[in-house]
Design a binder for this molecule. Sequence first.
Ligand SMILES: [Zn+2]
Ligand SMILES: [Zn+2]
Ligand SMILES: [Zn+2]
Length: 370
Amino acid sequence: MNINVVNADSSKNEADSLKEEKNKNQTIKEDDNKSVSELRQDLVTGDWVVIATGRAKRPDEFAAFERIKNDSGIEKCLFEDPVASGQEPDTLIYYKEDGDWTLRVFPNKYPSFSRGKLPKKIESGPYFAMNGSGYHEIIATRDHYHHLQEMEDFEIAEVFDAFQDRYLDLMNRKSVNYIVIFHNYGKEAGASIAHPHSQLVAIPVISPYISQELQGSEIYYKKNKHCVYCTMAEYESEKKERVVFENDEFIAFCPFSSRAAFEVWVMPKKHQPYFERITNSEKIKLAEVFGKALNSIWLALKDPPYNFYIHTAPCDGKDYPRFHWHIEILPHTSTWAGFELETGIEISTIQPEVAAQYLRDIINKKQNEN
Ligand SMILES: [Zn+2]
Ligand SMILES: [Zn+2]
Ligand SMILES: [Zn+2]
């Protein structure tokens, strides 16, 4: 205000020209018809994502990401001989015929939850809490350098077998209402130990993301009398443009509203709310589709860090007939900054259709070589 008064008296011309310039700067030029991005809505959660179209990257540009190596080698690896390195006794172990182990599950040495305790309510003024009870386990496979993306179908099926075994054992414990099974690969994806391993966390509360999916699938069913995930699987399988790989039981596709470049979902084609009810023959079919999808991402992005997790209905004693279990694979190709953190909306710099085509080509090329 003061400055304006002074300017008005002493240097009117200068102020006017400044304002003119300012006005000029405030003029927004409308874009021509071409749009640089598309906002797409997730059919289940209603969340929005931004898919860059105008300045989208080429598929091969994502491989340029520099990787942080975090492997201190087999000699120092804590999972080569878990018992000798002070891990707790195994909760599950699979052996080969020659007596060596192929997979073992043991409690995490640094768990985020204490075992066996019943969750106790803690009140603090207007606040509410409970003690962190639950189970936190490590599922490790034998070979230090043999990761899931390079495994044979039968090896991947064994990993899913262990997931199911542990799930079935923990799901009926009193402190457990929800079990999340996930896998971190690469330093940027949160893997602190390079040895191939997945994790299982069984907790008394349901994750907000699953709550959103449960609610979304319920709402969609009420409106359409059809499962939202079945709807997606059927549509994608028919259209083919976002399909990465499918067999008669499972489908892998880049979701329409991909949150990240090269995101892939894997789901049973038949309506199944509960992962833990998977049969042995379905595990092999799942391993084929999941393995091909993960391998193609790994080849396409040249060894990217990634996470995947299983989304299945909670085990809190309620029925979830409208839910449909699935796996979400998220490669790390970018870092979240202010816009993403505030909005939760990630800007995906490649169209899911282009990513799927690229992954499909890799799978076809490999199949033709064999
Ligand atoms: Zn190791
Ligand atoms: Zn379904
Ligand atoms: Zn999900």
